[in-house]
Design a protein around this ligand. Structure first.
Ligand SMILES: CSC[C@H]1O[C@H](OP(=O)(O)O)[C@H](O)[C@@H]1O
Length: 365
C-alpha cells in the first residue's frame, strides 16, 4: 500500500546490502513511522514476541526471513532445525507462523548447507509475493459483498462496516485481509465507513486500523470494543468483516480477543459476519477450535498499562489499575463456525464448514 504516495510492503530486504530485513515498528504507530533493520534471527524473534511486527500472515513472512538470516551464520542441519523451532515458538496461535517455517524447512532440508541461505531468501520472497497476491484476491472477492450492499441500498447510502483488531496491510505483506475489500470499495467509489473497534488491550484497532484507514482516506470512527452490539441493535452496522489467525477444517475461527462477542451480537441482530483469510490460515489438522487451538496468554502488564502520547508529544506507558491488581490477558478467542456467515478467501467465498472449504480447496481433502 502507499504511504504519502510511496508504495510500501510491511517487510522487505534492504536493497543496498541484500540481506538485512526491514519492518515497521508497529509499537510506534500511529505516532511515528519507524523502520527497523533486523540483522539476526534473534532480532526477528524479539520483534515478533514484542509485537513490533504482528498480524498472522506477516509474522509468518518475517519468520521466514528470520530463518534466512540464521542460515547466513550457520547453515548446518542442527542450526537449521534449532532456529526454525525457535522462530516457530515465538507465538502459538497464528498458524501462518508454523506454516511458513514448515514450508521453509521442506524447501531447505534437501539442499546442501552452502546453498541454503540464498535459497531461504528466495523462498521467503515467494511467500511474500504469494501473500500479497492472495490478499489482493481476497479484496476482490470481498468487494462483491460490499457492492451487493450498495446495490440493495442505493449508491447514496453509506455502507457501514465494523471490524475488530487490525487485519489491514500492516498485518500482512500487503493489502490486508479484512481491510482489502474496504480499500477496493473506497477506491471504486463506493461510500464506505468503518466502525473500528479499539481492540483492547493492545489497541490494534485504535492505533493501527485507524492509522491505515486515515492514511488511505477511508472514513472511519474508532469505538470502544463494547459499543459494537449497541450499533448493531440500532441498524448502524451493515456487515462485520474481520481477519483471523487460524481457521479449523470445520470453520471455527481464532481471532483477536473480543471477536467471539462481536459474532454473538451480529447473530442476535442478523448482521452478516464475514471472516477474511488466505488459505495459509487454514489449519486442516484441527477440527474443534475451542478445544484444540492454543490461545496465547500475554503479559498482565498489557492490560494494567496502556501506551499513548502525552501532552508534550512523548509516547509513554501509564498504569490504569491499582497497584497489585491482577490481570488476565488471553490474546485470542475462537468463534464457532455456526456464528460465521462465510469465509472470504483468495479463491472466493464459502460457508464456514469443511464442505465449504473443500469446495474452494479440494486439494486439502
Ligand atoms: C490478517 S491477520 C490479523 C490478525 O492478527 C492479529 O493478531 P495480533 O495483532 O495479535 O498479531 C489479529 O488477530 C488480527 O485479526
Amino acid at each position: 500500500m502507499k504511504i504519502n504516495g510511496t508504495p510500501y510492503r510491511s517487510v522487505w530486504v534492504d536493497e543496498n546490502d541484500g540481506w538485512s530485513v526491514h519492518i515497521f515498528d508497529q509499537t510506534r504507530l500511529p505516532f511515528a513511522l519507524e523502520v527497523m533493520r533486523l540483522v539476526s534471527q534473534d532480532e526477528v524473534a524479539h520483534a515478533i514476541r514484542t509485537m513490533q511486527v504482528r498480524g498472522a500472515p506477516l509474522i509468518g513472512a518475517v519468520a521466514a526471513y528470520g530463518l534466512a538470516l540464521a542460515l547466513r551464520t550457520d547453515a548446518q542441519d542442527a542450526a537449521l532445525e534449532d532456529n526454525a523451532a525457535m522462530l516457530a515458538a515465538t507465538r502459538p496461535t497464528a498458524i501462518n507462523l508454523r506454516w511458513a517455517i514448515e514450508r521453509m524447512l521442506t524447501h531447505l532440508r534437501p539442499l546442501p548447507p552452502a546453498e541454503r541461505a540464498q535459497a531461504a531468501y528466495a523462498e521467503a520472497a515467494r511467500i511474500c509475493d504469494e501473500d500479497a497476491a492472495q490478499n489482493e484476491a481476497i479484496g476482490r472477492h470481498g468487494l462483491e459483498l460490499l457492492r451487493a450492499i450498495a446495490d440493495r441500498h442505493g449508491p447514496d447510502r453509506t455502507i457501514n462496516i465494523l471490524t475488530h483488531c487490525n487485519a489491514g496491510w500492516i498485518a500482512t505483506v500487503d493489502w490486508g485481509t479484512a481491510l482489502a475489500p474496504i480499500y477496493m470499495a473506497h477506491d471504486a467509489g463506493l461510500k464506505v465507513h468503518v466502525w473500528v473497534d479499539e481492540t483492547r488491550p493492545r489497541n490494534q484497532g485504535a492505533a493501527l486500523t485507524a492509522w491505515e484507514l486515515g492514511s488511505h482516506g477511508v472514513p472511519h470512527t474508532v469505538i470502544a470494543d463494547n459499543a459494537g452490539g449497541h450499533l448493531m441493535q440500532h441498524g448502524q452496522v451493515d456487515i462485520v468483516i474481520v481477519g483471523t489467525d487460524r481457521v479449523t477444517r470445520s470453520g471455527d475461527v481464532a481471532n483477536k480477543i473480543g471477536t467471539y462477542l462481536k459474532a454473538l451480537a451480529a447473530q442476535d441482530n442478523a448482521v452478516p459476519f464475514w471472516v477474511a483469510l488466505p488459505s495459509t490460515t487454514i489449519d486442516w489438522t484441527v477440527d474443534d477450535g475451542i478445544k484444540e487451538i492454543p490461545i496465547e496468554e500475554r503479559a498482565a502488564g498489557e492490560v494494567t498499562h496502556v501506551a499513548g502520547r502525552d501532552p508534550q508529544g512523548k509516547v509513554t506507558q501509564v498504569q490504569i489499575t491499582p497497584d497489585g491488581t491482577n490481570a488476565a490477558n488471553p490474546a485470542f478467542d475462537v468463534t464457532p463456525a455456526r456464528l460465521v456467515t462465510g469465509l472470504i478467501t483468495e479463491k472466493g467465498r464459502c460457508p464456514a464448514s469443511q464442505a465449504g472449504l473443500l469446495s474452494l480447496f479440494p486439494e486439502l481433502g
